[in-house]
Design a protein around this ligand. Sequence first.
Ligand code: NAD
Length: 486
Amino acid sequence: MRFEYAPAPESRSVVTLRDSYGLFIGGQFVSGSSVFKTISPATEEVLAEVTQAGPEDVDRAVAAARHAYERTWSVMAGRERGKYLFRIARLIQERSRELAVLETLDNGKPIRESRDVDIPLAAAHFFYHAGWADKLSYAGFGPSPRPLGVAGQVIPWNFPLLMLAWKIAPALACGNTVVLKPAETTPLTALLFAEICQQADLPPGVVNIVTGDGATGHALVAHPGIDKVAFTGSTEVGKEIARICAVSGQRVTLELGGKAANIVFDDAPVDQAVEGIINGIFFNQGHVCCAGSRLLVQESIADELLAALKRRMERLRLGDPLDKNTDVGAVNSQVQLERIEAFAATGAEEGAERWSAQCPLPDRGFWFPPTVFTGVSQAHRIAQEEIFGPVLSVLTFRTPDEAIVKANNTPYGLSAGVWTEKGSLILSVASRLRAGVVWANTFNRFDPASPFGGYKESGFGREGGRHGLEAYLDIHGASVLGGSDV
Ligand code: NAD
């Protein structure tokens, strides 16, 4: 039986959009040379004009960050830095509804997700790292680890505020200052975060936000005044950045793409596994680097599991992302929609069987129905390449060894899921998977205390936890230089 839900739209009135946004440099909003528009992917409505930062704007931002690093932030006691981070965390909580609505407007993700996942986790990252700011001497990196300097940070559009938090919170806790560039399709919550920095009285120049496209990102990561580059995005751009940093000698961490296997053994509880598969691939429209985009199901339960999965998919509600009933929102951009459509066409051409949930798609905006491909072989492009959309490729296996070989058979190594009631099987499979994160009987769970990152073409370096601090500390010169962390 399918329930009809009355609409439950979240109000937009909590958000005050400006017509036009400048760059946040040295604690102020300043104008730049040109502008571009950011739209709502659910309606194609123009939300605001945003500044495209050119090389000279990036220069100004790096200079402001350097000044703040040398004069203020790196010489401030860790306990003082921690107070600012706590203040920011509290302000994110206080303004969480405004941030959630703005994120949903600019990104297209369901309000339920921005409200219950993105924004609370962003606050949690600031709380967690606030706690580290005066304890760096006890983090296991020597008695007085030092900050690196100015961090240049470039983030993607799938979790705009959350990716910002993953980047800015550890950098600031460790005493670095930052210049961050949000993705061109989702700049608005980063600009609201700039207002939060003002509200928190963060010293000018500690956080700088430059908006723009890939050219702005390139100008930032290639800037000689940057000591550390942190990038989250596609493997293609990550490789280019790795080449730049190999020549310049800048420290770099790369969080790139993924093609995770969600492995379901025949003793797994089917209903729970189905919920995990749904969450794994349809959460955030599948725009998730660690999405469980390959389902590996043991052959003996494949028919039963797929029937239950399709029944559950028919009940997913796709539509207005601001409606609190919505499960699947809009695809973030026309470009991404075309990419997903092209992959779906390839899957069918290569001989896999396509099945999509029967849900009406809105007339305006960018939409793709939750889709499953069965009969997928390991050689198919939809089994190897990251689609970054609500498309699941299903493969089968007979033995644990076969599951492990198939799971590891992609260029990526970011995450995986294992579903079985046997703890010993979980441990033995997890230890043989080349994946940075392995979830057992769950999927897409995040915690700021838990390091996240990949192997192979999924990048290197970890974000979160004690491991994530290492990316923002000079741990080699530590004991010689002395420090200011307490
Ligand atoms: P993208 O690489 O196109 O863009 C990411 C960011 O890089 C954007 O801000 C973009 O403007 C900027 N950029 C583009 N070209 C650049 C260049 N030449 N130099 C510097 N910056 C440049 O990726 P996307 O399509 O926005 O994001 C999707 C990708 O991000 C997926 O592959 C996904 O797997 C990955 N991702 C990874 C993680 C992770 O933690 N591993 C998390 C989220 C997303």
